[in-house]
Design a protein around this ligand. Sequence first.
Ligand code: NAD
Length: 297
Amino acid sequence: MSRIAFIGLGNMGSPMAQNLLKAGHELRVFDLVPAAVQTLTQAGAQAAASALEAVKDVDVVISMLPASKHVEGLYLGDSGLLQHIASGTLVLECSTIAPESARKVAQAARDKGVRMIDAPVSGGTGGAVAGTLTFIVGGEPADLEAARGYLEKMGKNIFHAGGAGAGQVAKICNNMLLGILMAGTSEALALGAANGLDPKVLSDIIAKSSGRNWATELYNPWPGVMDHAPASKQYAGGFGVDLMLKDLGLAAESALHARASVPLGELARNLYSLHSAQGHGGLDFSSILKLYQAKQV
Ligand code: NAD
């Protein structure tokens, strides 16, 4: 069994770390939020007082942070972890970040003899808890093979998208589509409800018709349609509006960079931006439904 440092114990990192513990690995964990660390120590992990302390004498480092600036801040610079991680250590960077950031950090790792892959995930918090995530990996094939045993304890599907940063490109394309389809699903359900349909009945119809998608099958945005979905828990937990907004921003940047057109992605980004500006940035992204729910005046 391996010694693993796990940094970033939020909605995704916490259940992922718990699955590694269940598999028998020895975990040293760190998060800026003490309560997040406590949840893991209660499950058998060892608490570290800092990220630096977490990575001392471990075989593997895993990070699951919000965005590029957090990842660059953690690994790069004079006080960054790459100054302290032993050469030969395997680093699995699982956050969703800009491909250029992933490449920059991977290059800095390579310069230090540290083996790093970008391994962003898909599958939501439900997938993280169940250990059925999809990992979308960028990096050297040999490093992916070294990481595979760990990834398999947290996920079910593992894809190699290409070299460093390629995992992030694929993940961004997926999430742009997810943002568009969650907004589209909300729009359709709100249209039906405004015309007198029961959203549950309409959801059942769509789930067996040509408009079906991940939201109608697993993550319905209408409260009460699916008991386990964030919509039925006041949109708590899940995947935050501001994280979706970040991913749609990454899609827009990637499009600019490659001179590609993403009109629906840009429209979705504006919808989530408006929704966030109305004070909903911390809710699950399926709360985009609120934008469509007409107020009776
Ligand atoms: P989250 O905000 O719930 O958790 C992030 C955690 O990182 C927080 O607990 C925060 O305190 C911690 N953190 C931030 N900076 C830190 C630092 N320097 N050192 C230690 N801890 C630090 O976010 P999440 O929902 O767990 O998402 C994490 C990543 O996974 C994001 O990049 C997100 O886009 C991606 N993602 C999320 C989902 C989802 O459904 N939530 C699905 C797929 C991918």
